[in-house]
Write a protein that binds this ligand. Structure first.
Ligand code: ADP
Length: 734
């Protein structure tokens, strides 16, 4: 670098400042005593002027500038003075560009840069002067504009929000505005005269160099990453424009700080990505849900299928069971007939009608007869069991005295016990207050079975006691119906039953292996059938025993008639399974035909020879429940047609209404003195007339199932009528 000749200006009489020491060795100093204007007239060819800030710095700076407008003036002032001087410089006229620095910033580097700026100015000035001259020779001088100080222009640049930097052809900083201070971090006097990349420290120097080398006159724009003075990496938009004047090329560099914007953008982008991630997570979750839903649907469908299959299987099983019991019934009949014949002919032979028998023949024929009888009882037991299992046995619900059932059973077994030398005590025989509600013949069957077992398993000389009574609650394990229970006990002093066999004896074909069983014969079905019959009547059969001491069997029976089954349950079951078509049509047909049906039913009752009592009864009494019952059934059928779901509540309510009507009807028939058989007949007639009435309107086979459902309503009404009938007869046994 060319040797600099700085001038230090201080107030007349003032001594050197401390900062001068660092310069005096390196540079030949010219010290000017700025007391009079002339003092500074000689500085026009110096490279820079350092003004001592202790003096009237502004006045001295102005005078230096007017002596040589191209020379760079630097005011050196301590921190507290600097602010004041900066303000004065900003608004003062005729000052040019003044650098204001602190004493510690003074050094050869500062002087060198100021020198470079001064020289740049000088060469630029020569050029503009030449241009001015050229222009002046070509055209009249333009009207003089208002004089605007360099400082004012500098202040305009100062208020710009973006850094504006100009570079000389060598790429050194020629001007540097306040925004550049703020954005880049270097102060103006630190930056001036330096290569741009020294102050605007790009992360990629070649990129910046390439930008600055562009020759285009249009602004070249790019983005640049640079390090601020404090080391923070910033990003800015950079525009470089080339200004050519004569042989000088000056570049203006404008930066627009994007760092904060980018940070916000980054945050926004991050958030957007997070949102996107959340959205796709949600989407995935939704997909999973949909899949789960599909799975559920499939499982549901499978379940529905299984249910249908299970229902079908149950249906098939029921059918198979019915077929089995039909078969058994037929077979039993087929077997019973020849056995009866064998027994009959054996007895004829024994009577000697076909000629006398030897003693041996008589003994053998006796065995044939005994075996045949055993076979017969086995067949009968099997038939009974088959019927119970198929639900084919109907048990009556009649009120009966315990004492008469016991007497009837005893009459049948007394010969056996007498033969075996077993005494039977019957302390019950005068009790005429204990009664039960059930089927007399079945009760007798159970008692005969219990008594025969007792005789079978008791040794000669033993005792059998039959006791009876009523209790509020049966023991645990017995049936669960409410109300008092009648009980009959058969107590023996026989061989007893081991505790671990107690459950087995109620299972079909099970016999206690040890003891007399084999000796005594038997089928192993008696107790099974007895317990099932007891339960069918709403009662139970229980046993207690102690081996070697004896056994006690207790038959429990209800004392009240069971209420009829909820009317609608059977219908509901059928509806859930598969709703028949044409329910609405059948309902409408029934409603329309109801009057005719009731009239025909009434006429037939009067005409029926089995129902002589019907002749004397008024129409309304004879018809009794029929109109109300039919109307309610018709309404139920119509409701089922309308609703998409099976109307369970409505059906249950409807069923309840019909049950009440039907039970009341049973009661009414009892009061009119009808027999149960007569009522069964009239109900059969009602059923026939209903079917005929509906069929008059709807003849197609597509209504078969709907009609079958209608019949179910009538079945249930019939059951309720019978229950009402029995209850009324129990309450009014007369
Ligand atoms: P069975 O036709 O064999 O008598 P049951 O079902 O009536 O068939 O009885 C089953 C078994 O229970 C009998 O074989 C017997 O072992 C036992 N049992 C029944 N009653 C008595 C009793 N009073 N004393 C001892 N054992 C009995």
């Amino acid at each position: 670098m060319t040797e600099a000749k700085p001038v230090i200006v201080r107030e007349g009489g003032a001594g050197p400042s401390s900062w001068e020491e660092g310069l005096s060795d390196a540079q030949p100093l010219l010290i000017v005593d700025g007391r009079s204007p002339d003092d500074l007239s000689s500085i026009h060819d110096v490279d820079c002027v350092l003004v001592d800030g202790r003096a009237d710095a502004i006045g001295l700076a102005r005078r230096a500038h007017s002596a040589d407008p191209t020379v760079q003036v630097i005011v050196v002032a301590p921190g507290e003075e600097r602010k004041r001087i900066e303000r004065a410089v900003l608004f003062g006229r005729g000052l040019g560009e003044v650098w204001i620095v602190g004493p510690d910033e003074v050094g050869s580097d500062l002087v060198e840069r100021a020198t470079a700026v001064t020289r740049q100015r000088r060469s630029y000035r020569t050029t503009t002067a030449a241009i001015d001259h050229d222009l002046a020779s070509m055209a009249p001088r333009p009207a003089r504009r208002a004089i605007i100080s360099d400082a004012y222009l500098a202040s305009l640049l100062t208020v710009l929000p973006d850094p504006v930097i100009s570079l000389d052809p060598e790429g050194r900083v020629l001007s540097w505005n306040a925004a550049a201070d703020r954005v880049i971090g270097y102060r103006r006097f630190e930056a001036l005269g330096r290569a741009l990349h020294e102050v605007l420290r790009p992360l990629n120097e070649t990129e910046l160099a390439a930008l600055l080398e562009q020759d285009a006159e249009k602004p070249v724009k790019d983005e640049i990453r640079f390090q601020r003075r404090d080391g923070e990496v910033a990003i800015a938009e950079i525009a470089v424009v080339l200004v050519e004047a004569a042989d000088h090329r000056i570049r203006a560099v404008v930066l627009h700080d994007l760092t904060e914007e980018r940070q916000i953008q980054d945050i926004l982008q991050e958030k957007a990505m997070e949102l996107e991630a959340q959205a796709s997570e949600l989407e995935a979750a939704q997909l999973e849900l949909e899949l789960a839903n599909d799975d559920l649907q499939r499982i549901n469908d499978e379940l529905a299928l299984r249910t249908r299959e299970a229902e079908q299987a149950r249906h098939d099983a029921d059918a198979a069971n019915r077929a089995k019991s039909d078969f058994l019934a037929t077979m039993s009949h087929e077997i019973r007939t020849p056995i009866n014949a064998i027994i009959g002919y054996t007895e004829l032979l024994e009577m000697g009608l076909a000629g006398g028998l030897t003693e041996q023949q008589a003994v053998q024929l006796g065995r044939v007869r005994a075996s045949s009888r055993h076979l017969l009882s086995l067949i009968e037991d099997i038939l009974d069991l088959a019927k119970v299992e198929a639900g084919r046995i109907e048990v009556a619900q009649e009120r009966a005295l315990v004492v008469s059932s016991i007497a009837a059973a005893l009459a049948l077994v007394v010969p056996q016990s007498a033969e075996k030398g077993i005494r039977i005590e019957d302390p019950c025989n005068e009790d005429s207050s204990t009664y039960y509600v059930g089927d007399e013949s079945r009760v007798r069957q159970i008692l005969v079975n219990l008594l025969s077992n007792a005789i079978k398993f008791t040794d000669p000389g033993g005792v059998i006691r039959v006791t009876c009574g009523t209790t509020e609650r049966p023991p645990d394990g017995a049936d669960e119906a409410d109300g008092p229970r009648a009980f009959i006990r058969v107590i023996d002093t026989g061989i007893g039953i081991p505790q671990d066999e107690m459950d087995r004896i109620f299972r079909p074909f099970e016999q206690v292996e040890k003891g007399h069983t084999r000796v005594q014969g038997g089928t192993g079905l008696g107790l099974t059938i007895s317990r099932r019959l007891a339960r069918l009547m709403g009662g139970d059969l229980t046993a207690e025993s102690q081996q070697g001491v004896g056994s006690t069997f207790t038959l429990w029976l209800p004392t009240r008639a069971a209420p009829a089954e909820g009317m609608a349950e059977a219908v509901l079951a059928e509806m859930r399974q598969n709703r028949p078509r044409g329910l609405g049509e059948v309902g409408r047909a029934l409603a329309e035909q109801a009057d005719t049906i009731v009239r025909d039913y009434r006429d037939r009752l009067r005409a029926d020879t089995a129902l002589a009592m019907a002749a004397e009864i008024e129409d309304a009494d004879l018809e009794d429940h029929a109109p109300a019952l039919l109307a309610d059934i018709a309404q139920n059928l119509l409701a089922m047609e309308k609703s998409a779901e099976v109307p369970e509540r409505l059906l249950r309510d409807g069923g309840e209404i019909q049950r009440v009507i039907a039970e009341l009807h049973g009661g009414q028939r009892v009061r009119l003195g009808w027999s149960e058989a007569a009522m069964r007949t009239e109900l059969a007639i009602l059923r026939q007339e209903v079917e005929a009435g509906v069929r008059r309107r709807l003849s197609g086979s597509e209504f078969d199932r709907a009609l079958a459902l209608l019949t179910r309503f009538l079945d249930q009404a019939e059951r309720a009528s019978l229950a009402g009938f029995r209850r009324a007869s129990l309450e009014d046994p007369a």
